[in-house]
Design a protein around this ligand. Structure first.
Ligand code: NAD
Length: 317
């Protein structure tokens, strides 16, 4: 079979080829990709004789899928598969598998990094020192003793629970499904409103669905404590950015740490969060650690092996 990478996976060629040795040793062809492919036409040309495609998070349209006449399987090096035209895949009976869990540790740690950066004034302190200032006029807070409200108690939500529990935090949770592993961790399930009202830090970890769009909105953000902190390392549209910016600018909540937006960065200059007070912004990088990228190449290859063996794993379609 011909296994073709359609975009880079952020790991060096020699490392990827080492992981792909299992395929080449078995007589399959493996086509590495080190540079982003710019046009749809180039993608379609590259995909046209592939049996298996490996992609990351750039859109895979029906044009490319239909051009790949032999295509049977897509191994997506990403958690979400909303960038793949699943309807086109379904019509052609193409199996789609994702890299579920590759970034759980990385995203969980980044979430806690943003919590600590907010609580401990890391970004303003850096500026103060560079401008010749002193500690005076600042005070910061510990994570210990804080109540963390986890919206979406799946893999990443629970990782954040595990990490913040180690700091001595109390854990509240909201989810559409109560999860035994979350209960075992000590997460107390509450309503969405209770989580926003009772937590010192609310952190978003639900997927992007119609039901999760704007879960953090004017009303729920309005329930937060004045000292409250909102963190979003899930998907941008879970938070109403304008409502968050207004709450920050009016001092109705204290701080926010945001990794994701309605669009992939660069975000437009007029975006409300660019002009909001007390918010730390990162360019959708929570998943992007060296360790998680290597882990995802392993999962992407395992998905192909399992599918070839007739026992597909991480199946999304
Ligand atoms: P997961 O599937 O393990 O957990 C998601 C949880 O959200 C589940 O428990 C689910 O029941 C819950 N949920 C679904 N609908 C809900 C609703 N309406 N209200 C509350 N909870 C709801 O997924 P995960 O691995 O924990 O990842 C969570 C999300 O994080 C992903 O969907 C992805 O969008 C995002 N993510 C972001 C980055 C990043 O770099 N910023 C990296 C990885 C994942």
């Amino acid at each position: 079979m011909k296994i073709t990478m359609l975009e880079p996976l952020g790991v060096k060629e020699e490392k990827i080829m080492e992981m792909a040795k299992r395929f080449t040793d078995a007589g399959h062809e493996f086509v590495f990709c080190g540079e982003p492919i710019k046009t749809e036409e180039e993608k379609a040309e590259r995909a046209k004789d592939a049996d298996v495609l490996i992609i990351a998070n750039s859109p895979l349209t029906s044009n490319v899928i239909n051009a790949a006449e032999n295509l049977k399987m897509i191994s997506v090096g990403f958690t979400g598969v909303d960038h793949v035209d699943l309807e086109a895949c379904e019509k052609k009976g193409i199996r789609v598998c994702n890299a579920q869990g590759y970034a759980t540790d990385s995203t969980g740690e980044m979430t806690v990094a943003l919590m600590l950066a907010c609580l401990r004034n890391v970004v303003p302190y850096d500026k103060v020192v560079r401008e010749g200032g002193t500690m005076h006029g600042f005070q910061h807070n510990t994570l210990k003793g804080k109540t963390i409200g986890i919206v979406g108690t799946g893999a990443i939500g629970r990782k954040v629970g595990e990490l913040t529990k180690a700091f001595g935090c109390r854990l509240l949770g909201y989810d559409v499904v109560e999860n035994q592993a979350a209960l075992d961790l000590g997460i107390e399930y509450k309503t969405l409103e209770e989580v926003f009202a009772e937590s010192d830090i609310v952190t978003m970890h639900a997927p992007l669905l119609d039901s999760t769009r704007n879960l953090a909105n004017e009303k729920t953000i309005g329930l937060m404590k004045k000292t409250g902190i909102l963190i979003n390392c899930a998907r941008g549209p879970l938070v109403d950015s304008q409502a968050l910016a207004d709450a920050l600018n009016e001092g109705r909540i204290a701080k926010a740490g945001i990794d994701v937006y309605e669009m992939e960065p660069p975000i437009p200059a007029e975006h409300p969060l660019l002009n909001a007070k007390n918010v730390i912004l990162t360019p959708h990088v929570a998943f992007y650690s060296e360790e998680s990228l290597e882990h995802r190449v392993g999962i992407v290859c395992d998905n192909i092996t399992a599918w070839m063996d007739g026992n597909p794993i991480n199946v999304k379609l």
